[in-house]
Design a protein around this ligand. Structure first.
Ligand code: MTE
Ligand code: MO
Length: 197
């Protein structure tokens, strides 16, 4: 199928969508599951949503290409979920919050600049192609930040931590780039040292 949009440098479109993650797929137990928003909140407190509360939250569609640093791009993915801006309206970050850490089950994490978290296509997705997410693709809720490399799109999200200073997440501590813009090919942390081209 022809693809209208250009792909970021070095990317290709595979035949099917790979499942890619580090470690096991967590089992979802709705009665034990919650989603925590904590760290530098405007109120100073933290907030917890149960699964029924998350299910009742307003959902919006986001259609976007998905770029993995291993060079596959999935085009035109139809997500649906809670926009990050909705989360920030419900639990506002403090005025001095500059970054966000997204936490998953088993301690996987990825850091985002606040501006990337609040981008209008950043979504806590519950559905893809009209169906609830499958377990291996991040059910019940996964972060999707389509304008950054896929490792920032944390599956099995359990917490959103507002930060007043940047802190590296799981892959960012292991040699990957803090920002991860695929159009700038920000793959590795050593590129952070390089002057802008
Ligand atoms: N919790 C968690 N989320 C994760 C990962 C992971 O290892 N653990 N891998 C990331 C990477 S590198 C990619 S490319 C995407 C892949 O998403 P998919 O399996 O739905 O294709 O998930 C991201 N989210
Ligand atoms: Mo990835």
């Amino acid at each position: 199928m022809a693809h209208e949009e250009p792909l970021p440098p070095g990317q290709y479109v595979p035949r099917s969508w790979p499942v890619l993650h580090y470690g096991p797929v967590p089992r979802f137990r709705p009665e034990r599951w919650d989603l925590l928003v904590h760290g530098a909140t405007a109120s100073g407190g933290e907030h917890r949503w149960t699964w029924p509360e998350v299910e009742a939250m307003p959902r919006d569609p986001v259609v976007a290409d998905f770029h993995c640093v291993t060079k596959f791009t999935i085009t035109g993915v139809r997500w649906e979920g809670i926009l990050a801006t909705t989360v920030a309206e419900l639990v506002p970050p403090a005025g001095d919050a500059t970054h966000v850490m997204i936490w998953a089950d088993y301690g996987y994490s990825a850091n985002l600049r606040m501006s990337d978290f609040l981008a209008d296509t950043s979504v806590l997705a519950t559905h893809r192609d009209g169906e609830p997410l499958s377990a291996e693709h991040g059910a019940p809720v996964r972060m999707v930040v389509p304008h950054l490399y896929g490792w920032k799109s944390v599956k099995w999200v359990r917490a959103i931590e507002y930060l007043v200073a940047n802190r590296r997440g799981f892959w960012e501590e292991r040699g990957y780039h803090n920002v991860a813009d695929p159009w700038l090919e920000q793959r590795y942390s050593y590129q952070e040292e390089a002057p802008p081209v």
